[in-house]
Ligand binder design. Structure first.
Ligand code: URA
Ligand code: SF4
Length: 212
């Protein structure tokens, strides 16, 4: 039985046996939940179509919504730095999000990020599963609780289980860690440096797992 989310979901927009190009084209017209209404465009995953490592964020941010590419704003810059420190080449991974449209609240001239609901995450999951089926990564990295919720279920706790390799049952592994935005929000430099180091340590587990 399809999960009841209150949204029809992306399923009926996903072409069968598709490759990344046809998936991306189809996703540009997705109306599987209400988030397409106020966003500029669908931000689909990008990167190496045969990557060993797939990174999954939450949803596009303000910059990503405007530019149409995942992780090109401040969180993306921090992610780039952490990947580099962990010896992972951004050009050799595939990067996507659990939800493909930017959810926000207008506040004056600014657009304030809003966390996607469980129903929106479920509605968008067919795109994520189609990307996994097309790229066939060895290891999937959940960046933050929303991605972990999408792929590991609502009971998964990133704080408790970060940096651990979890088997997905299809021969792939999942490692969950924090979202890079949470590091940007650290209250002081010392905490930020510590959290950045922990993030890099989780990514080193990913690098090690991808090699074996
Ligand atoms: N945060 C995300 O989760 N994804 C992006 O693409 C950018 C910021
Ligand atoms: Fe479709 Fe996902 Fe966008 Fe909702 S967020 S409209 S399910 S692509």
């Amino acid at each position: 039985m399809a999960p009841r989310t209150g949204f029809p979901g992306a399923g009926r927009f996903v072409p069968a046996d598709a490759n990344l190009d046809s998936l991306r084209a189809a996703a540009s017209g997705c109306e599987g939940c209400d988030l397409y209404r106020n966003a500029t465009q669908t931000v689909f995953g990008e990167g190496d179509g045969h990557a060993l490592v797939m990174l999954v964020g939450e949803q596009p941010g303000d910059r990503e919504d405007v530019e149409g590419h995942p992780f090109v704003g401040p969180a993306g810059r921090l992610l780039d730095r952490a990947l580099h420190e962990a010896g992972i080449d951004r050009g050799r991974v595939y990067i996507t999000n659990a939800v493909k449209h930017f959810k926000y609240e207008p506040r004056g001239k600014r657009r304030i990020h809003k966390k996607p609901s469980a129903g929106e995450v479920t509605a968008c999951r067919p795109w994520l599963e189609a990307e996994i089926a097309a790229v066939r990564p060895r290891i999937i990295v959940c960046l933050g609780a929303t991605a972990a919720q999408a792929l590991l279920g609502a009971a998964f706790r990133v704080s408790r289980e970060r940096g651990r390799v979890v088997a997905r049952g299809d021969g792939r592994s999942i490692v969950a860690t924090v979202h890079p935005s949470s590091i940007l929000r650290a209250p002081d430099d010392e905490t930020r440096d510590l959290e950045f180091a922990r993030f890099v340590a989780d990514l080193l587990v990913v690098a090690e797992t991808a090699r074996t």
